[in-house]
Structures are given as C-alpha cells and as structure tokens.
Design a protein around this ligand. Structure first.
Ligand code: NFS
Ligand code: SF4
Length: 657
C-alpha cells in the first residue's frame, strides 16, 4: 500500500489545492528526488576531491584508506557540528541583542523579565546587588558572549547539571571549553586525513553537542526570556484555519524572535491598522510557523499556521501577504510558491538571502523602522490577491510551560519544587516522562508518528513534554488541551488534575529543549529518583527528524544521560560498529544512548521497556496500570471531537466550536 502523505486532513486538502495551482511541495519533491541510498546510510565521503568515495559492494575503504566506520562517524560528527553551529549562532545573536538593549542601542526592545535576569546573573556569576538592570544585563551578555570564544576552562552553564553528570563529563574529558572552539575542532577533526578512529570522533561529537544544549541553546532560551518574557500558560489556536480571509496575513517563519517581537508590537499601532483599512482589509493578522512561531506562540499566544512541511501549502492558500523568514528550516521553494501567488517572501537575517526574495536585513538600532517597513509592504500587497482558499480546520491549545512555570505549579511562589512530580513517579501514578521533539520529514507520514506516540504514551501514564514542530503537530490535533486528560491513564490524569497541568506540555522552540535539561536536572536532584539524569525513568524521542540540529539535540541529550530514539531511519546504518557504539558504547561511557527505529510502535515498546527498567533500577514501585483506576473522570469539552482518537484524525472544523 502506498504510504499516506499526512494524517492531517487540512494538509490533505491543501495538497490538492497546491496541485491545481502547480505549486510544488516537499511531498511532491520527495517522490521525485529519492534520497541516495548510499549517502543516506552514511557510506559516502566527500571530504576531499580524491573522492567522493562511496563504500558499497567490494569497495571497503576510500581512496585515502578510510574505513566505513570512520566515514560514517565523520559524517555524523559533521552533522552534529552543523546543528551545534546553527543553535549556538542563534544564542549568540540573542546575547548580542541583550548587549545592545543594555547599552540603549535597540529602540523598541527592553528587558521584560527582571526576575529572570537576576536568576540568570546568578548562574553566570554576575554580581546583582543594588545595580541597575542595564548594568546587570550588560555583564550577563558579556559573560554569555565569552562562552563562545573561550579557549580553556568550561562553559559557564555546565555547573547547572547534576554534580554527578559534571563529574562524568570531566572524567571523560568531554566538558566543552568554548562553543566556537569545539565546533571548529569538529570541522578540523573531520577534515581529510585527521581523526580516523570512530570512537574518538564520536566522543568529540558529544563534546560538540554539549556546546549546544548547555551552551548556545541554554543561553538563547534564558536571554530570550529576559528580553521577551518567560512563558506562562496561554491559550491559542493552530492550523490553516487561523489564516483570516479578510485581513492582511503575515507569517513569521524561522527561529529568531527579536524582529518578530517588534512586528507583533507594530501591528497593533492604530496608524498601521488605519493603513490596512485604507487598502480594504479588516485588520492585520500575525501567525507563526516553525520555531519563530513557537516563540511568539508561547509568549503572546500568536496562532501557529503549521509545522515544517506546511510552509508552501500556507502560501498556496493565496491569502498570505508576506512570509517573513529569518533562518533555519526555511525551504527555498517558498519563493517559487510565492511567485505563483501574490505572496512576498521577505528575508530578514543579514546571514540569509533567498534568490528572488525581498531582503530587508534586521539591525537592532533601527528595529522598529524595519518592522514598520515590513508590515507596510504586506499591507500594500493585500489588493494583489488572486484566489483565496483556506481550509476550515483549526484547533485550540494551551501552551507556555516553561520549567519555571512547572516548578511554580508545584508549590506556588515560596515552596516551588519538583516534589509532587517526583512523588507521583515514585508512587507509580506517573510511569515516567517522555520528551517528544523535532521535525517533520516527508520520508515518513506527516504527523503520524508524533501523534500516535503521544496518545499511546499518555494512555500508559507517561507525562509528555514537547517542543518544535512536534509540539505544533500536537497543537493541530487537539492534543495540547486540558481535555486530553480524559485519554490519559488514571494515575497520570489524577496527577495532572491535582497540579493543574495537561498531560502534554508544550515547552517552546527547539532551542528550548534546554528547558527540558533543566527539568530533568531538577527531577534528578530533588531526591528519590537517583542523583543523575541517567537514573530517571525518561526517554527522548524525535519520531520524524530531518535536521542536523535534531541530531545535535539527540547527542546532547545522550551526553546528559538520556535514552534517545529517532524515527525515520539511521544516518549511520552502513556501519555496524558505529551503530553499536552510539547505543552500547555511549551508554557504557555516559549512561545515555542513541538508537534509530523507523517504526513508531517499536519506539513505543522500547520507551516503555526503558522506563520500566529504570524504575526497577531505582527500586521504586513497579508500574501497575490498574492501581489508580478509580480516579474521577473528566468530561471533554464539547468543541473537541475525540471520536476518532484512535485513528489519529480528530482535528475539528474552525466554525464548529
Ligand atoms: Ni527544530 Fe524548529 Fe521544526 Fe525541526 Fe526545524 S523548525 S529548530 S529543526 S523542522 S523541529
Ligand atoms: Fe575518499 Fe578519503 Fe577523500 Fe573521503 S577523505 S573523499 S574517503 S579519499
């Protein structure tokens, strides 16, 4: 049977519409461009011009003599360096913005969360005292920036990990010195004729990944919270139904929140609204896509139009005046799609241009003017619409579960802790926790693995946290609502009701996986669940991954002690030794392991088995699904149609609420 393209009915509808308009989508392109089977499994090396060398059939070494183990390990290490570079450069840019704000050079931006500023100052060893927030912020920014160029020592945030974890890193010599240094070293080691021992390479891959999780991403998350506010629960909506037929629609796509925040501020300006009305529109509607979208969603409740595979389809609605993109996960094909409609693609990062698109590079000193220019350009484009088709699908959600908020929910301002959650795990009410994160990939049915895993895990009393495009998948399928508690196992349901959280928590963008590291650390150090992240009954899953950044996240989760499962397929399949090392080898050294498993059902089995094994090792109660079966039931709200909960198709129509 032919693989289904998606389980999202609104995406099915838009695929039809895109075909009529001859707009190409990744779903179509994936049918034409089949991935090269040699490269896909890691068996192709193009690190020098004697090659590329493809190690298939009788060819067992490259022209330089590199073995299949070296080549696959080298390819993976480079991918991890690529992802670490992307996330860390994002973190650097946010730190530079904080510096500009502290120095009064970024009009329109300010320090929104002073409490967080003071807390982060504490982590970074910056004196707080009676100093002004600008003075503290300047020092915080400078210490953060020094993490990038440091040559010796350690990243500042490593000391936030459980003490036992820090010891492991130091003993193995994988504690990163400076962010840029380790990424550059990964590029050097994988250059022709350098590091040619796969285990040695893969240990550096862990060092490099740690520069992301406990380095660039953690700094990026913390400083974004300082500048734009720490997320707390907020309601919003998702999917194509959030596009408004009679308003100027602007999609914010990419990863960096800075300019996006300014655009959100600009659109409520009465002058802008009048201008929009003068062009015949009823208002201005901002929506997000991918992780810039997640940042705006968590802090402002800005609706999210879709996840990674929906970018061209959004344009195909014919109702998007401007798609504003910064960097990462932006398909070049959005420009071709835009040329078939009236949509304008506007690139805003000085680092990123797309041929044919309008380039308006962001610059802090004139941020407000740039935001206004972009919004005006979108308004001017409103009268140019041709035909509009917006699928009538929209779901509701509650998002914004920062680690601060999760702690706060467990004891208020003065007594916050992770005690209630830890106790629930110890008693077996909650079986364990899963972080389901990452991308979409047309190589597997869009959203299918994501939503099936969530449904099965919560049924099995596993609490789920999520970020990135995975979280958007849950949003679109109605899984980020408190009503979903009805489908959680009885123990999990009881705990969620008591604490007041839903069983699936949207924690933010992909850099916000650093929030998950903080939660895991707090659970590991709270008491009763061992003393390290590797002791916890928890798993990390990326069922539909595609990006190098996902590999980096997976690797830093492993280095932090987690069992990580990736779907789709394995980029190191060509080497049995490397496959084994990522699993058993890494586990023996750091307590975490990485495995690739295309079938979501097997991912589920392995996750539950791992959680149960960790419970056993901790000598806490065996999980018994029947023990808490008497918790009171929770009636789902009538606007959500859960009839098809088991089929994975329960998106509701926008108008039917
Ligand atoms: Ni993450 Fe977020 Fe999405 Fe994947 Fe891309 S947007 S940074 S990499 S595709 S989850
Ligand atoms: Fe081939 Fe070795 Fe060059 Fe790679 S580095 S392309 S294996 S000769």
């Amino acid at each position: 049977m032919e693989k289904r393209r998606t389980v999202d009915p609104s995406v099915m509808e838009m695929l039809e519409r895109a075909r009529e308009q001859q707009i190409s989508t990744p779903f179509d392109r994936a049918e034409v461009t089949k991935p090269c089977p040699i490269g896909r499994e890691g068996a192709c090396c193009k690190h020098c011009f004697m090659g590329p060398c493809r190690l298939v059939g009788k060819t067992t070494v490259g022209i330089c003599g590199a073995t299949i183990d070296t080549i696959t390990a080298r390819n993976l290490t480079r991918a991890i360096a690529g992802g670490a570079a992307a996330h860390s450069d994002h973190g650097r840019s946010i730190a530079q913005t904080l510096l500009a704000v502290a120095e009064g050079k970024a009009p329109g931006l300010e320090i929104k969360d002073e409490t967080k500023l003071r807390r982060v100052a504490g982590y970074l060893g910056v004196e707080v005292g009676e100093r002004s927030k600008e003075d503290i912020a300047r020092d915080v920014a400078n210490v953060a920036l020094s993490d990038f160029g440091r040559q010796e020592g350690e990243l500042v945030n490593l000391k936030r990990a459980p003490p036992k974890r820090q010891e492991i890193w130091r003993k193995l010599g994988i504690a990163p010195r400076g962010i840029d240094r380790e990424i550059a070293e990964a590029m050097h080691r994988t250059c022709m004729g350098c590091d040619q021992d796969y285990e040695h390479l893969l240990m550096h891959a862990l060092t490099c990944s740690l520069t992301d999780g406990w380095g660039g991403s953690m700094l990026g998350t913390d400083i974004s919270d300082i500048l734009f506010g720490t997320p707390a629960p907020i309601a919003s909506t998702s999917n194509f139904g959030v596009i408004r037929p009679d308003e100027v629609n602007i999609i914010i796509h990419g990863h960096e929140p800075t300019l996006a925040e300014l655009i959100v501020a600009v659109v409520s300006d009465p002058e802008m609204l009048d201008y929009a009305r003068s062009k015949g529109a009823k208002g201005i509607n901002i929506m997000g896509m991918c992780c810039s979208g997640n940042e705006l969603l968590l802090r402002h409740g800005v609706p999210i139009a879709g996840n990674f595979l929906q970018q061209e389809l959004t344009i195909a609605t014919g109702a998007i005046e401007a798609m504003v993109v910064d960097y990462q996960c932006v398909m070049q094909a959005i420009q071709a799609a835009a040329e078939r409609t009236h949509t304008r693609i506007i690139t805003t990062s000085p680092k990123v241009k797309i041929t044919g698109a309008t380039h308006i590079p962001f610059e802090e000193h004139h941020g407000m003017d740039i935001a206004k220019q972009i919004v005006r350009m979108a308004i001017d484009n409103y009268p140019n619409r041709k035909g509009v088709h917006i699928p009538d699908f929209m779901d509701r959600m509650v998002v914004g579960f920062s680690h601060e908020y999760i702690a706060y929910m467990q004891g208020g301002v003065y007594r916050q802790s992770f005690r209630p959650l830890n106790d629930a795990v110890i008693a077996g009410r909650i079986r364990g926790a899963a972080a389901i994160v990452g991308c979409n990939n047309p190589g597997t049915t869009h959203d299918e693995g994501h939503i099936n895993l969530v449904k099965e895990l919560i049924k099995n009393d596993v609490l789920v946290v999520s970020t990135g495009c995975a979280a958007v998948a849950y949003a679109k399928h109605g899984l980020l609502t408190p009503e979903v508690m009805e489908y959680a196992g009885p123990g999990l349901k009881e705990v969620c009701q008591a604490i007041g959280i839903p069983p699936v928590l949207h924690m933010g963008s992909c850099i916000d996986n650093s929030r998950i590291l903080t939660v895991l650390t707090q659970m590991a150090t709270e008491g009763g669940l061992g003393e390290d992240i590797s002791d916890l009954p928890a798993v990390g899953i990326a069922p539909e991954w595609m990006s190098e950044k996902a590999l980096t996240i997976g690797a830093y989760a492993v280095a932090s002690g987690c069992y990580v499962l990736f779907g789709v397929g394995s980029p190191v399949k060509a080497s049995a030794a490397v496959t084994e090392f990522l699993s058993k080898g890494w586990e023996a050294k750091v307590g975490g392991k990485l495995e690739f498993e295309p079938d979501w059902r097997k991912i589920l089995e392995k996750s539950l088995a791992h959680i149960d094994a960790k419970r056993k090792a901790l000598k806490i109660a065996d999980y018994d699904p029947a023990r808490f079966a008497k918790s009171e039931s929770y009636a789902p709200a009538d606007y959500l149609d859960y009839k098809n909960f088991d089929e994975g198709l329960y998106t509701v129509k926008a108008g039917s609420k």
